[in-house]
Design a protein around this ligand. Structure first.
Ligand code: GMT
Length: 373
């Protein structure tokens, strides 16, 4: 098949999922055309069957807001006509699903049929979706898609609750390439950051309010009272300075290592003992799944789609949103007993294998085939 993929090319989970999906499809001999405003972060060097079409949004002095959605729609039309795409898979409802609808209608006028699959990722529904100014467009674009998928049951339910959507939503969970997440424990990396064999906790996010990164610092301060440990923070975003300030207040700076944005977190996950995800809401929690694939148990909240991957008392532990004291108790419970921690690490890895790309990719291929029929 010739498949067009539209996504945000940034560090966010939706861009990661879209890119890894495209790479996996290309490896199975599909021809994949990424249509994005930058080269997707996880694309890496070019591989066979992968093409990248840049959406260039010029900044005309006339516009206060550059018209990304129309430029994207025009690019979709152009790529579909000249590359002869069989279908288009858009990730993230705003504005990708509506740009796809515009493109589809333009192509119809040229006698070309372009089936559109929309994948909902989370913030497009649970955060932006709460803004009523988006509602009519999102509901319409979702309903007009030829097929719609959501990355968890929780997100599917939220979509029905928040929008006037009557379209059937297929749940296709996010995935991880377990093989690629394997990283030989780098003793140099571990020695640098935890020179005395301290336990290592890791948090990865975009440091937005929804991630509650300050809860990571508060729970870590409590963990430090019981056991020597280091905290690796990966990512960057609006809450970073608040997080730095809190480290200073709680006197934890010496033990908190801010690594910033990393294209590939596998090396850091390879030395981690626990992954911490205290999010306010999370449609899936791809970062947690990637951690589990690297054999790291997850200390998380029990919100949104997280319970669909993290199993309390098996692959990690879960607490209510904001209850960092409970999260600290859970972390200490796992860190204080080597045998218990090893068991949780094994369980996390086994659970991640259930979401291996090889298991999830066929669901997308079947959906594409059904749409083409
Ligand atoms: O988590 C973010 O803020 C980024 C966001 C995105 O759109 O890239 O992530 C969402 O999609 C991911 C991939 O499907 C999910 O794993 C995340 O749980 C989801 N984030 C939220 O729901 C907050």
């Amino acid at each position: 098949m010739k498949i067009g993929i539209v996504c945000y090319p940034t560090f966010g989970g939706s861009g990661v999922v879209a890119t890894e999906l495209g790479k996996a499809l290309a490896a199975k001999d599909h021809e994949v055309h990424f249509i994005t405003y930058n080269q997707p972060v996880r694309l890496g060097s070019f591989a066979e069957n992968i093409y990248y079409h840049e959406v260039n949004v010029s900044d005309y002095p006339l516009f206060d807001y550059p018209p990304y959605e129309f430029v994207l729609a025009s690019k979709i039309v152009d790529v579909t006509r000249y590359e002869k795409l069989d279908l288009l898979h858009v990730h993230y409802a705003i504005p990708h699903a509506s740009a796809a609808y515009t493109a589809k209608k333009i192509l119809e006028a040229h006698g070309i049929k372009l089936p559109v699959i929309t994948t909902l990722h989370g913030t497009d529904i649970t955060l932006l979706g709460r803004d009523s100014s988006f509602e009519p467009v999102i509901s319409f674009a979702i309903n007009q898609s030829d097929a719609v998928t959501a990355v968890s049951h929780s997100l599917k339910n939220d979509t029905y609750k928040l929008f006037g959507v009557d379209k059937d939503i297929h749940v296709i969970p996010n995935f991880v390439c377990v093989e690629k997440m394997h990283f030989e424990k780098s003793s140099a990396f571990a020695l640098k950051h935890a020179p005395n064999g301290e336990k290592i906790l890791v948090h990865i996010s975009n440091f937005r309010a929804v991630k509650r990164v300050e809860d990571v610092i508060r729970m870590f301060a409590l963990v430090l009272e019981k056991t020597p440990a280091k905290l690796l923070l990966i990512g960057d975003g609006p809450d970073r300075s608040k997080v730095e300030q809190l480290c200073r207040e709680l006197n934890t700076c010496e033990h908190v290592i801010m690594l910033g944005k990393l294209k590939n977190p596998t090396e850091a996950l390879g030395v981690a003992d626990l992954f911490v995800l205290p999010s306010e809401s999370e449609s899936f929690g791809l970062a947690a799944l990637e951690a589990m694939a690297a054999r790291v148990p997850v200390i998380s909240t029990n919100t949104g789609g997280i319970p669909e991957i993290n199993r309390h008392g098996v692959t990690g532990m879960m607490s209510n949103v904001g209850d960092y004291e409970d999260m600290a108790k859970h972390a200490i419970y796992l860190l204080e007993d080597e045998e218990r921690l090893a068991k949780f690490k094994d369980n996390a890895f086994k659970r991640a294998k259930q979401f291996d790309i090889d298991k999830i990719l066929p669901a997308y291929e079947e959906l594409y085939e059904s749409v083409l029929k």
